[in-house]
Structures are given as C-alpha cells and as structure tokens.
Design a binder for this molecule. Sequence first.
Ligand code: CUA
Length: 324
Amino acid sequence: MRKSSLFFAAILIMAALMPASAFAKMTNPVDAWNRHFDTWLVVAVVVWLVVTVPMLYFLVKYRRSSRDEDGVYIKGNTGLEILWTAVPTIIIALLGVQSWRVFNTYREVPQDAYEVRVDGFRYGFEMIYPEGIKTINELRVPVGPVKLSLSSRDVIHDFALPGFRIREDMLPGRFTYLWFYADKPGEIRHVYCAELCGPGHSLMQAKLIVMKKEDFNAWVASKKGVEGSASLSQDIRGKELIKQCTGCHSLTGERITGPTFNGLFGRETLLADGTKIAVDEAYIKESIRSPKARIVDGYPPTMPPFNLSDKEVDAIVAYLKEIK
Ligand code: CUA
C-alpha cells in the first residue's frame, strides 16, 4: 500500500500542476503550441512510468514459485477505484481545456495583424501584399503579428511554417487563414508545402524573412517604385517572374515535370497531336495563358493557366530568349 500511495501521489501532484498550465495566458501560436507539447509530454511520461514501473516490479515480486501455487484472492478496493477513475478524468478534462484554448489562440487573429495573401500553385507560393506587390517563394513581413490568407490555383497544397508551429491547407476556390507573431527581425525560416501535390511537391518551398518596420516600409517603397517604372530592364523582371515556373521547368536542361527552359526559344518541338513547331513568342504566350491548348509530346497536361499581365508575359518571353 505504501508503494502504490507513492505513485498516486505523483499523479495527484501532476493533477495539481495541470490547471496552471491549462489556464495560463497564451499570447501567440508558438507559445500555445510549445506549452501544449510540454504538458502532454510530462503527462505521457508520468503515466507511462506509473504503469510500467510497478508492472515490472510486480512481475518479479509476485511470480509463481511452484507449479501448483494459487494466487491470493483479492476483492475490490472501492477507495482506490474511485481514485483511479477520478484523477485521470480530471487530467483529461484539463488537457481538453488546454487544447481548446490552444485552438482559439490559433483562430483569433490580432486586430493589428499585417495581412498577406498567399496563393499556392504547382510548384510554388505567390505572396500578394496589401500594397499591390507580389513576390514568389519569398515572404517578407514586418515585426509583429502577421495574418496569412491562403488559397490555391490548382490542387490542394499545405502552407507549413514549422519555425512558428503553424500549417494549414491551401484549397482551390476557398480561403483559409493562419497567423503568427514575427518577433525577431532578420529571422529567416523555411516554408514548406506539406501536402503531396505532384512530382514537384518536394521543390515547393519558400523563405520567410522578418524585417524591422522601417526596413520593411523601405522595401515596400522600393518594390512599388520598381513595379511602376517602365525603365526597369525586362530581364530583371523576367528573372523574378520565372521563379513561379522553375518548380516544373528547369533552367539547366534537366527533365522535371515540364519541358526544360534551357534552349527553349526556337526549339523544334513535337506536340502531342503529332505536329511539329518551332517555339516562338506566340507559342510561349499561349502556353502561359492556356497551357492545355498545345501540349508538348510526352508531358502530362497538368499546368494551370497563369493570369499574368501583357507586360509580365513580355518580360518572361524576353528572359527566355536570353537563356536560350
Ligand atoms: Cu504543393 Cu505539395
């Protein structure tokens, strides 16, 4: 009885500590998640010890010593039974309270959050900022709370930012959301697609860069200037825009999901319908806007249409001519 009281004492202490953890203030998803994980880890380890240590001890202590030995007949113990029903019930209820609070921390976005729209596509992420700027596979945010509105242009993707303990599906035709608190400037974290979305899935990654407020505003201003100015050299724009294509089209000649861009312009190409063409501006433009119109022989018709402006398409064509 003395030994079993020791184990119940351990459980009781844990039950007493639980409310502190379950009702503590949760300020952002990282906080909430880390606390949640630590609490469950402690509970799991203590429960495991309470079950396995006595079990091993009793196995040895009460092993059968002769072939015809009978075990002692033990009647129930009401007090113990109440205790081992009530204590776990309380622990589970408190874990439930904590889970509910973690869930709410994830769902309640602070009013002053900076909001960025993120579109998933095969295979990359496009960030659309409230100022009208776009970036590919690079998410820049100011220090503070950030809300991400997620959607997809083709199949189901999943935006995962493990450094901030968040992930959420990106669904075509629907918006989902996430938020995190970017606390340190200069922090670079990796964004992954966490839903198998095709052969280029593992290439679907992005970078998060947290900037000081002033630096971020300066970056926004410089980007806006660049987008608006006609003087920007086309290949710089093309080089930026082409990032949304390189998940499927290599620049090196390597065959991935789609035909390589290396030496694309002017290339003799066999189409799926048996005709032969030389790749020209018209074909490139058509393939960006209605990719399924003329498919290259031997490749799957999986590319989604890209809704780019005439200027953007021109910049891409100029860049493709360049890397010929
Ligand atoms: Cu997108 Cu996996």
